[in-house]
Unconditional design. Structure first.
Ligand SMILES: [Zn+2]
Length: 68
C-alpha cells in the first residue's frame, strides 16, 4: 500500500453515540479496529468494515489516478 493511501482518512459513524469521526487508513489497518473519540467505544472491523475499507481504497486509488 502506498503512503498516499495509508494517510487517507476514512469516515466512521459510532454505533453507540452516533458521533462521526475519521481515522487514517494506516491506523485502521494497523489496529483492525476503530475507537470512538466521543464515547471511547471500540468497534472491531467486521465484514462490513473490511468491505468499507477496500471500497474506500478503490475510491482513493481512482482519485489518485485521475490526478495524473
Ligand atoms: Zn461513540
Amino acid at each position: 500500500m502506498s503512503t498516499f493511501l495509508a494517510d487517507f482518512p476514512i469516515k466512521f459513524t459510532c454505533s453507540k453515540c452516533s458521533r462521526e469521526f475519521s481515522q487514517l487508513v494506516r491506523d485502521v489497518k494497523a489496529h483492525g479496529q476503530v475507537v470512538c473519540p466521543g464515547c471511547g467505544d471500540t468497534a472491531k472491523l467486521d465484514e462490513a468494515g473490511r468491505k468499507l475499507l477496500s471500497a474506500a481504497e478503490e475510491e482513493i486509488a481512482r482519485f489518485a489516478r485521475s490526478l495524473r
